[in-house]
Design a protein around this ligand. Structure first.
Ligand code: ATP
Ligand code: MG
Ligand code: FE
Length: 353
């Protein structure tokens, strides 16, 4: 099966072609991602109207390029999938309407994909890993611990009670005057800093539930930044190192709790632990979670860096996985700006396109 994937849920426009063989193994034939950051940077964050227009302007060309790179024509495509949520409504409509048009003209199935499910299933494409597994999903808009039972079947073990982890990195970068997106800038600064100079609070340590909280940590960075203003490069590096150390301690503790909750639910220890989403690109986080998995006797999996952030290969793959199970979408499928992974579709808020 060959599937075209389209991603337009936030600030990356992406198109990809992925093949899935009869054994259920995937192969990326092409994957093109165009970031809109240059358009949003002057505003210090993603502007929804600019995002929607930018998707509309370049999506056709990106699809053409992805097809050309895969070396195939539209007659070879068996299905088309697009992220239908969660995300910014304008961008979602651009992607889903484009996918519907291709599906209608070519007479092939449409698969509307949950963007979070696409992050969650990426390790199936890259590692051939099958569920069940414990998943830490850390991105710009979400921070969740999930037990992945299978396609379309998730139990949420924990979530953030305030900011998402990617958001915490982005806000920390902003208040320290580092460029957006903040994750990579804070990681780079932290590498040159001394984590012991500014010791930040470790949020939620030891709590019963597997929830997260990062708003207090962000405030702690702001207070220390104000106390030491004007900040030298060294101060900024040390603040980033202190922030990242607190994040790692908190995340490792929360994931440890999720290992226990998941084992109770499964009736056996967690065999496979996965981290996915944009923040999974962070090398220090990858190492910390690899160590945690090892200490728990569990195998550790993380997608390659280029498939952690938003991309369309993951959308195509999630589409292929759903198609293989007969989970196709009607041509009047709606977009869902809010769409929790562990809820059934009717609970999500949809909008007609
Ligand atoms: P969601 O997936 O929740 O809808 P999104 O699609 O905007 O949100 P992603 O593209 O998956 O999020 O991830 C982007 C986030 O990842 C940003 O907040 C970015 O700062 C963060 N990020 C990227 N690289 C790193 C890194 N090296 N360290 C920490 N954070 C990072
Ligand atoms: Mg993004
Ligand atoms: Fe994402």
């Amino acid at each position: 099966t060959i599937i075209l994937g389209i991603e337009t849920s936030c600030d990356e426009t992406a198109a990809a072609v992925v093949a899935r063989d009869s054994a259920g193994r995937g192969r990326i034939l092409s994957s093109i991602v165009r970031s809109q950051w240059d358009s949003h940077r002057p505003f210090g964050g993603v502007v929804p109207e600019i995002a929607a227009r930018a998707h509309a302007e370049c999506l056709d060309e990106l699809i053409r390029d992805a097809m050309a790179e895969a070396g195939i024509g539209f007659e070879r495509i068996d299905a088309v999938s697009a992220a239908a949520g969660p995300g910014l409504i304008g961008g979602l409509i651009v992607g889903v309407v484009t996918a519907k048009t291709i599906a209608l003209v070519r007479g092939i199935p449409l698969v509307a994909v949950n963007h979070l499910e696409a992050h969650a299933l990426t390790v199936g494409l890259t590692d051939g890993l099958d569920p069940p597994y414990l998943l830490l999903l850390v991105s710009g808009g979400h921070t969740q611990l999930l037990l992945v039972h299978g396609v379309d079947h998730y139990t949420r073990l924990g979530t953030t009670i305030d900011d998402a982890l990617g958001e915490a990195f982005d806000k920390t970068a902003k208040l320290l005057g580092l460029p957006q997106p903040g994750g990579p800038s804070v990681e780079k600064a932290a590498k040159q800093g001394d984590a012991s100079r500014f010791v930040m609070p470790r949020p939620m340590l030891g709590r019963e539930e597997a929830h997260f909280s990062f708003a207090g940590l962000k405030t702690a960075v702001r207070q220390r930044a104000l106390q030491h203003a004007p900040l030298s490069d060294n101060d900024v590096n040390d603040l980033c190192a202190g922030f990242e150390a607190a994040v790692l301690a908190s995340v490792a503790d929360r994931c440890g709790r999720a290992f226990d909750l998941a084992a109770e639910m499964l009736g056996e220890p967690v065999a496979d632990f996965v981290v996915a989403g944009g923040v999974a690109a962070n090398q220090a986080l990858r190492q910390t979670l690899r160590d945690l998995a090892e200490s728990r006797g569990s195998r550790f999996h993380v997608p390659p860096v280029e498939l952690c952030g938003d991309n369309a290969a993951m959308i195509a793959w999630a589409g292929a996985e759903r198609l293989a199970r007969g989970l196709v979408s009607p041509l009047d499928a709606k977009v869902h700006p809010r769409w929790p992974l562990d809820a059934t579709a009717p609970r999500a808020i949809g909008a007609g396109v």
